[in-house]
Design a protein around this ligand. Structure first.
Ligand SMILES: [Zn+2]
Length: 264
């Protein structure tokens, strides 16, 4: 049975409470929206804590961002939501928040794209990091454009995270996976560095999506996610250390000494 608009409104209030209680938004941060039909989007207003919203704090906009219903002002980040709805017909709900660990990765310019946890690879592929864009302006969505068609969870440079899906709870759970993954990655780094899965193992996880009923638009591609072989290649490329056998080293030293007349 299709959800009623009343239910969508309640879902937004409930998920707003959850993201506030989890500490993913401070003060009036974050915004949540649901696509009601072909031309209307229900979204949170600006200037309200997402954990303390009442039904009067929700407004309805058209797909150009013009307010149709509601007394409050629309969020300035509505343009980001509308861009996602326009590019992804399969998306019906969006959650944007600033979960602190994932946002830490975004602020550090570190995309959490390593292949570390099977469930993240299966569900999301990876979490790309979009270039910074000034919040409340069209520039915010510009950096996301390359990733929206394929990815359901994106980090926003120096800002936060946005996740989307078929309903507001699916979008919320993706945000939960992103923050959990960021926390696990951070702990692994504190413990000496994560062990990245091999290309072969990651390939098997992408194949397993069908078994788990995961519909995702991304496929395995170079660097997304980053596999063990990518790490080794990057390390080799960035390192100027020479790996020599003992005999090779002796030969090199002897040649150097001969060229300077020390050895004959
Ligand atoms: Zn934000």
């Amino acid at each position: 049975m299709a959800n009623t608009e009343q239910q969508y409104r309640q879902d937004i209030l409930d998920v707003g409470k959850l993201i506030y209680q989890k500490g993913w938004v401070a003060a009036n941060d974050g915004n949540i929206s649901v696509r009601l039909d072909e031309r209307r989007v229900l979204c949170t207003c600006t200037g309200v804590s997402k954990g303390m919203m009442t039904p009067a704090d929700l407004i309805v906009c058209d797909l150009e961002g013009n307010k149709i219903e509601g007394a409050r002002e629309r969020t300035t980040e509505i343009a980001m939501h509308l861009t996602i709805y326009q590019m992804r017909r399969d998306v019906s709900a969006i959650v944007h928040a600033h979960p602190p660990v994932a946002t830490g990765f975004a602020v550090a310019g570190r995309p959490p794209t390593l292949a570390l946890l099977p469930e993240v690879v299966v569900r999301l592929g990876c979490v790309p990091l979009a270039e910074y864009g000034l919040p409340g302006t069209p520039a915010l969505a510009d950096g996301m454009l390359p990733y929206i068609p394929k990815y359901d969870a994106i980090l926003l440079g120096n800002h936060g995270s946005v996740c989307y899906g078929e309903d507001v709870y699916k979008a919320f759970f993706k945000m939960e996976t992103v923050e959990h993954f960021a926390r696990v990655t951070l702990v692994a780094e504190l413990l000496g560095g994560p062990k990245v899965l091999s290309k072969h193992e990651v390939g098997k996880l992408f194949e397993a999506r069908e078994r788990y009923g995961v519909k995702s638009k991304n496929r395995m591609e170079p660097g997304r996610p980053v596999v063990a072989e990518d790490m080794e290649a990057a390390e080799a490329a960035s390192s100027d250390r020479l790996n020599l056998t003992r005999d090779e080293l002796i030969t090199l030293i002897e040649e150097a000494l001969r060229s300077r007349g020390v050895l004959t």
